[in-house]
Design a protein around this ligand. Structure first.
Ligand code: GTP
Ligand code: MG
Length: 344
């Protein structure tokens, strides 16, 4: 995989869906499953993102995954807010993503922001799967913590299984009404032509092994070529948010999708008028939860490699725009990079 100086970067997975349908809970569940032993790489929290390495995915997925089938390093999840007022943030997250998870509450079905997310995915042609969440709320459900979907369905009464199936077919029907052919994920052969529906519970972890397996398979199968990038090249990313941070002034929350960014790098950032050309003062990552003290929420790092979320502190960022590109100037004339940012 590492021929021609190319590495495989981590695919970016946007988590989209209507408010309260369980996007953050799903990521919490995945984060909570980290096994901390010497060998397994840990899940790391980034600015606006969560990196889950392949060995952790393989731990959670158990017998569903053979890690030797994969050479992608893992998955980088971007959580997005479901509230209607955050439409630009969702749109940005969707546009950045290599693949996506559309989270739908099986009781609540399709809602306005579910439809909005579908439009974003259609427009950006992002491959996605549907996580049909909260299956544990099915009347008479007999929860089987952290087990694969088919195994937990086998443990249910006929009545509970029928109720769940009815709800799942409503989800499949809604997808079809919106122009997407869909089926239960285990019946899908070609995930580009058909949307796989994965029944899950963010509360009990049921189906989470399946969801990670499907996402990993989808990335490996269809994204691998796009993931072959030069991870030592000049960094490129997208601004998710422009934020004031005490002690650092105006900072950028960025998802880096290509190359590397280092402190002291000159960067070009899209802005209200002309692009900003500035020098990186600090690259910030959240500290592990256990270490957070009131005055030191961030850890400074020297370099960040794609794909990752990072907070960039630099002078003159006041006019930077959320959604705008960020490019590292390295080994190229500055004007060329400015022109590139202007054109985007
Ligand atoms: P926004 O970020 O506001 O768009 O919401 P969200 O999609 O991130 O939803 P969140 O994870 O905050 O969950 C909303 C509520 O649903 C919380 O009270 C969760 O505990 C609950 N919830 C989420 N997933 C499940 C699930 O699988 N089963 C059950 N029973 N409750 C769930
Ligand atoms: Mg949330």
């Amino acid at each position: 995989a590492a021929d021609e100086g190319n590495d495989l970067r981590t695919p970016i997975v946007a988590v989209l869906g209507h408010v309260d349908h369980g996007k953050t809970s799903l990521l919490d569940k995945i984060r909570g499953s980290t096994v901390i032993d010497g060998e397994a790489g840990a899940i790391t929290q980034h600015i606006g993102a969560t990196a889950v390495p392949l060995d952790v995915i393989s731990d959670i997925a158990g017998s569903l995954i053979d890690p030797s089938d994969f050479d992608l390093p893992g998955l980088l999840f971007i959580d997005t807010p479901g509230h209607h007022s955050f439409s630009t943030l969702r749109s940005r997250g969707g546009a950045l993503a290599d693949i996506a998870v559309l989270v739908v509450d099986v009781n609540d079905g399709f809602q306005p922001q579910t439809l909005e997310a579908l439009d974003i995915l259609k427009r950006t042609q992002t491959p996605f799967v549907v996580a049909a969440n909260k299956i544990d709320t099915t009347p008479g459900w007999n929860p089987q913590e952290d087990t694969p979907t088919l195994q937990t369905i086998e443990a249910q009464s006929e009545r509970a299984e029928n109720t769940l199936n009815q709800r799942l077919y409503e989800v499949i029907g809604e997808l079809s009404d919106n122009g997407f052919s869909a089926d239960m994920y285990w019946r899908v052969q070609d995930f580009r032509g058909n949307i796989g529906v994965v029944p899950v519970s963010a509360l009990t972890g049921e189906g989470v092994p399946d969801l990670l397996t499907v996402l990993m398979g989808l990335s490996q199968r269809y994204m691998k070529e796009d993931m072959a990038v030069d991870l030592t090249g000049p960094g490129a990313g997208t601004v998710l948010e422009v934020k004031d941070e005490r002690g650092f002034g105006t900072t950028l929350d960025v998802v880096l999708y290509d190359g590397v960014i280092r402190t002291d790098d000159t960067v070009v950032v899209g802005a209200k008028n002309d692009p900003i050309v500035t020098e990186v003062r600090a690259l910030l990552q959240p500290r592990p939860l256990a270490e957070i003290r009131t005055e030191k929420r961030f850890e400074q790092v020297d370099a960040v490699t794609a794909a990752a979320g990072v907070k960039i502190a630099a002078p003159d960022l006041d006019d930077a725009l959320a959604g705008a590109p960020v490019r590292v100037v390295r080994g190229r004339p500055e004007e060329e990079v400015v022109a590139e940012v202007e054109a985007e």
